[in-house]
Ligand binder design. Structure first.
Ligand code: PHE
Ligand code: ZN
Length: 858
């Protein structure tokens, strides 16, 4: 059993760093096995006169250290496991250190590491300390000058933040380049990349008339596949100018794609580093979902230039200050590029699947926590997605105009600073004259509020009375919850349209509204939380007929879709609990009819065919039986497939749109086609497998090809064997496409499938995309198999995670979050999950993973 318990960090312990660093000069002598890093720091005291200098450092071999050019006597400093301490320093001085590191041995993918034979860095949150001794905290901001030298043949392109300066040849076949970043930045935004790339170039002229050179660096031969990312980048740059009045601020903007990356991408100043999955796309190798993800992640990282980089976080507790805000910005960008209602539905699906589940389990934490054990584990759906929802509520409450004024003030007041959530809200308080103290509870309180809606109709007075009440269940460490201000967009509808529309701010525990309707109007229907105006769970005591009537009369596209979802949810629950043997044919008919009627808006129609995921149903009724829920869900899906038989045949009988275009319109058509392919996967019609085989072999794009392959796997009975083999032969040299091949099988197979995939020669424990395509896909998208009552799913995951965690703690810990729902499971799965977690706790886990397991067991 491991001995060192992770040391918790507390927000209340925050103290400013007692020194300023005016300039950082870094010299890299790059070599995969032994890179030398010389750092020259111009340091000035800004705190206590007697404060010593403590720098962070991890896994560094200190070769030299000097102050103002004079080597330090070993008695003048101490080198500890994770820091360098110089107890006595002057008020202003230059510190020079030289360290040696081994990028080729860095499998954690934090700090300087090798990917595909090239150098790259990842410094957020605390990777810079693995490169050199430094105050590795976001509130220390400095100007960086970088010089790097490397073998010219192997690493012809040398990149860092800012703009390029001198470059030239050196002896021994080496060359060098220098980069200057005039914008002060924290160490987590530092980046360096060196290697041989193909480059896709373009230009952008800002609203100020500045010419920006844009470049995306990718693997040899992949340049054309960066076209969509480049297009997305230019649209993001324009959007931020138009919507937020923010222009880019350096002459160059570089993106580098790497194969081995722990997250989606990283917003390093002027040099964004991307997981190659979010850069490379063309119709043959990427799905529409990939194109969409690229568009939004490119935008997200670009938007960080203002929300994150120019104004950064004072400490890591404020992570949502940059992440929640930037997710909110990228969601709105996507909504403007595509369909706003469809985007909203997709954002809510994601929020419910990931954030609501997190909020309901042992890993629940507030959007701005006040303590953490492992900073890597703070990059959560709560910080990102719930953080974005809070900004959305703020904008709804104060309106677009005041929101923009507040943002303008924020940019003006805090440019170049490292700030807090309080600083952010102060700007909105100054602009609106309102007080957001109560609203800020959303940042402090974990858990998803539950809003109960009760209504009574008085036919004599023509009055409707609506009572809204809120309650948040206890979460770990927070037994008592206060009311939070909840902006609820509401309407009364009657089948002809809206009788009234307004916003209620539910500030206290409950509120009752009474509305009188004109004489002769019948009982109206109440539409609540329109457009999902607040991230809450609604409890309504409505009969199926009332729900159906509401769905028919709804005027809000989100609520119409959500009304269908709640009907379907109830149906699946009833089927899984055995209170009903077969799906209600009236409901299936209504659902099928709704899909057919929406065919003119195919992206929306596709969402209507979607049944809630098993994980979403865990939240509804407990204990949760994943196997029974999955079987019930499938039963309903099969019934829907039968109801839509002719529609499916007709729609899929038409050719797919050509020539291919990744834009919203065509993507919508393909979204409906693939949604129907999904239904074919569970269809009992004897013709279904043959139809799928034809769709698979005739597919002209990856979107439909992979959908058909997956549906064949779902059909079972060997229908997928030949196509899977063919697919592998065809794509074995394209890692991103092979990730899909692994994922398709992991999402439809069993524990045995997972073990087989892990034994495949192309399975690579050091590549996060590959590991995730098997383990995360299995554990998060194949819940009936993962939560198998015999524990086989858990054992399959446990084995892989134990090995992955050794090399890459951030990856191991993230995979383990799949266990977060274990407490709500039916007794057999629950016992198996608990036994697995206990075994893991006794194993030799990284501090990151130990933190997740400890909290999961709580
Ligand atoms: N800051 C990155 C983003 O959200 C995420 C990230 C965190 C990437 C930590 C790598 C490491 O845009
Ligand atoms: Zn981000």
């Amino acid at each position: 059993m491991r001995t060192e318990a992770p040391v918790a960090v507390h927000l209340s312990d925050y103290a400013p760093f007692p020194f300023q660093i005016d300039q950082v000069n870094l010299e890299f002598d790059l070599d995969p096995d032994a890179t030398r890093v010389k750092a020259t720091l111009a340091i000035r005291r800004s705190g206590a006169a007697d404060a010593g200098l403590t720098l962070d450092g991890q896994g560094l071999k200190l070769m030299k250290i000097a102050i103002d050019g004079a080597p330090l006597d070993p008695s003048a400093y101490t080198v500890e496991e994770e820091r360098l301490v110089i107890p006595s320093v002057p008020d202003a001085f230059t510190l020079t250190t030289e360290v040696e590191i081994a990028p080729a041995k860095n499998t954690a993918l934090s700090g300087l590491y090798m990917s595909g034979g090239r150098f790259c860095t990842q410094c957020e949150a605390v990777g810079f300390r693995r490169i050199t001794y430094y105050p590795d905290r976001p509130d220390v901001m400095s100007a960086f000058h970088v010089r790097m030298s490397a073998d010219k043949k192997k690493y012809p392109i040398l990149l860092s933040n800012g703009t390029p300066g001198e470059s030239g040849d050196e002896k021994g076949g080496r060359h060098f380049a220098t980069w200057d970043d005039p914008h002060k930045k924290p160490s987590y935004l530092f980046a360096l990349c060196a290697g041989d790339y193909d480059v896709y170039r373009d230009r952008f002229t800002t609203m100020n008339g500045d010419e920006i050179a844009l470049a995306i660096h990718v693997d040899k031969g992949d340049a054309e596949r960066a076209a969509w990312a480049m297009d997305s980048l230019k649209r993001s740059m324009k959007w931020d100018e138009e919507v937020y009045g923010r222009a880019y601020d350096l002459g160059v903007f570089n993106i580098v794609a790497v194969r081995d990356f722990n997250f989606g991408a990283m917003e390093n100043k002027g040099l964004n580093v991307f997981n190659s999955a979010y850069v490379l796309a063309d119709e043959a190798t990427a799905t529409d979902a990939d194109f969409e993800a690229i568009e939004s992640i490119v935008a997200h990282e670009y938007f960080h230039n203002w929300t994150g980089n120019r104004i950064t976080c004072r400490d890591w507790f404020q992570l949502c200050l940059k992440e929640g805000l930037t997710v909110f910005r990228d969601q709105n960008f996507s909504a403007d590029m595509r369909s706003r209602p469809v985007q909203r539905i997709k954002d809510v699906i994601r929020l419910r699947a990931r954030q609501f589940a997190e909020d309901a389990g042992p890993l629940a934490h507030s959007v701005r926590p006040d303590t953490y054990a492992s900073i890597d584990n703070l990059y959560t759906a709560t910080v990102y997605e719930k953080g974005a929802e809070i900004i959305g509520m703020l904008r709804r409450m104060i309106g677009e105009e005041q929101y923009r004024k507040g943002m303008d003030l924020y940019f003006e007041r805090h440019d170049g600073e490292a700030v807090t959530i309080e600083d952010f809200y102060k700007c909105f308080e100054d602009v609106t004259g309102e007080d957001f103290a109560a609203f800020r509870r959303w940042y402090a309180q974990a858990g998803t509020p539950e809003v109960t809606v009760a209504e009574t109709w008085n036919p004599d007075t023509n009055e409707i009375e609506i009572t809204l009440s809120q309650k948040t269940a206890p979460t770990p460490g927070q037994p008592d919850k206060k009311a939070v201000p909840i902006p609820l967009q509401m309407a009364l509808v009657d089948g002809e349209g809206n009788l009234a529309e307004w916003m209620t701010l539910l500030e206290d525990e409950d509120v009752t509204l009474t509305m009188e309707l004109p004489e002769g109007t019948g009982r109206p229907l109440v539409s609540v939380n329109r457009d999902f105006s607040a991230p809450v769970r609604l409890k309504r005591d409505l009969t199926r007929d009332q729900r159906l009537a509401l769905v028919r009369a709804e005027t809000d596209p989100f609520n119409k879709w959500d009304g269908v979802q709640s009907l379907v949810k109830e149906e699946i629950l009833a089927l899984s609990e055995g209170s009903q043997a077969e799906p209600d044919s009236a409901l299936v008919d209504a659902l099928g009819g709704a899909v057919e009627q929406a065919a003119g808006d195919p992206a929306y129609a596709a969402l209507l065919t979607r049944l809630p995921d098993v994980g979403e149903l865990f939240l509804e009724r407990q204990p949760a039986d994943a196997v029974a829920l999955n079987a019930a869900r499938r039963k309903l899906q099969t019934a829907l497939a039968a109801r839509l038989g002719p529609f499916i045949a007709e729609t899929l009988g038409k050719p797919t749109p050509t020539p291919y275009d990744p834009g919203a319109e065509q993507a919508g058509v393909r979204a409906l086609r693939t949604a129907l392919i999904v239904l074919l996967g569970v269809a009992k019609e004897p013709s279904a497998p043959a139809m799928l085989e034809r769709l698979y072999s005739e597919a002209t794009n990856m979107t439909e090809q992979i959908a058909a392959l997956r549906a064949l796997c779902v059909q079972g009975g060997g229908a997928a064997t030949a196509p899977l083999a063919k697919f592998e032969v065809e794509w074995k040299s394209n890692p991103l496409v092979m990730d899909k091949w692994f994922a398709v099988q992991a999402s439809t197979g069993t524990a045995e499938t997972v073990a087989k995939l892990a034994a495949h020669p192309a399975f690579d424990l050091l590549n996060p995309n590959r590991v995730r395509s098997v383990v995360a896909t299995f554990a998060m998208q194949n819940l009936a198999a993962f939560h198998a009552p015999d524990g086989s799913g858990y054992r399959a995951v446990e084995t892989i995670v134990l090995s992955a965690d050794k090399a890459n703690p951030a990856l191991g810990a993230r995979l383990l979050t799949a266990f977060e729902q274990w407490r709500v499971l039916e007794p057999k799965a629950k016992a198996a999950a608990e036994a697995t977690l206990k075994r893991l706790q006794a194993a030799d886990l990284s501090p990151n993973s130990a933190d997740i397991v400890a909290r999961a067991l709580g």
